[in-house]
Write a protein that binds this ligand. Sequence first.
Ligand code: ACO
Length: 463
Amino acid sequence: MSSLKDLFSPRGIAVVGASKDPTKIGHLILKNVVEYGYGGKIYPVNPAADEVLGLKAYPAVSTISGGVDVVVVSVPSAKVLDVVDDAGKAGAKHLVVIAAGFKEVGNVELENELVRRARKHGMRVLGPNIFGYVYTPVKLNATFGPRDVIPGNVAFITQSGALGIALMGSTILEGIGISALVSVGNKADIDDADLLEFFDEDPNTSVVLIYMEGVNDGRRFVNVASRISMKKPVVVIKSGRTEAGARAAASHTGSLAGNVALYETAFRQSGVLSVKSVEEAFDFVKTLSWNPLPSGERVVVITNGGGAGVQASDTLADDGLYLEKPPQDFVEEVKKIVPPFASLANPVDLTGMASEDWYYKSVKTALENREIDAVLVLYCHTALTSPMGVARAIHRAVGEAGARKPISVAIIGGLEAYEAIRYLTNLKVPAYPTPERAAHAIAAQIRYRRYREYLLKRILPGG
Ligand code: ACO
């Protein structure tokens, strides 16, 4: 097991700088640790307090007599080194350094000294300049972000603090379940590659999402990312792609954003799905974490609108995926329900007359057909049907179909469409407001499948 095991499942956690003042970050972190339900020992550390949030407080980590594996450090940067030595004496294994004021503002020597001293005591450092971390399998939320993160199978590594906190909230809104959420900030010690090694072996994680400004050791990242990508998809939002963005990254986390083309090549070689926006990343994470892996590339598009079908076909083609004629037995089944003027090539157009029942029958038939690997369902809100009715029909088809297969749904319309999307999302059926986003998300699964096959071939004898 990776050396980060104790970071994610500590016997005890100390919060240094745990203030009684409810507006201070140390207080907020302690509150999240307590209220999210962490089952291990929790120790507030503050020489000025006897108790914080009803827990006995300690003047220093070295005065705690239980096992402390993790020390969250929420005191100003000038005081951090004192805590390092004290935590080292106490036998801690990991320091989670919240404080800003290191490399990102030119204090390179202070940051180097932090790592040097931690290493001397055999400790690893997460941060500095971070908002903390979450690991839902042990109900640990040691952040000053939102408390009620939804448990799930996505591990999220973020180099941006504020954006990370905001995205933490978005995962709750979007129904994305999290196994871990790690703010890495300046990455003085623990970096993406260390975390990927842990998530590679972590049975609670099946997809990894990274917001990255730069990497410290590109070669190591490629090696580790290639290994994990054979098992689990890794999605990366690489920011600082433009000159302006790179300048912003340098003053944000002290990262060198580097050459875009180099990063893109490295990502492709290591099987990483590179995305440009947060929206695209979340769209991908939904299909990748809620759907099974497709066993082939044969996608069937079912729609009630020709235009939506055309837009989806274009998007799939842009992603290198070309639609083939659907299997004849599937076509014969659909023919029984649709009017004679329906076009049954791919996209399969149920026409504007499509009822909720037509959606149910055609989607179920597609999911059950052995010559179809993935299904893209498009619905444009018409007066004949309600988006919620169609969403229910699709969910029923998914539930009743014998085989589990990737599916992606677009529900296009107004407020009712939005509610239907939320309904499907809550049931872990990936649903989007446009045909392009639904198509792009299912294509991500096919792209990942291709990358994975390429990586597996590379390591197999004769591959
Ligand atoms: N051991 C234990 N407790 C100590 C020690 C020590 N050695 N030294 C001080 N303390 C206590 C203080 O007395 C205080 O407790 P009190 O309120 O009871 O007096 C508490 O620790 C906190 O110390 P403060 O000096 O009040 O520091 P404050 O809480 O205001 O700020 C912080 C500390 C949050 C680390 C701040 O210096 C900082 O760096 N903030 C930026 C954090 C940040 O932006 N992180 C980046 C990612 S998040 C994002 O981008 C949104």
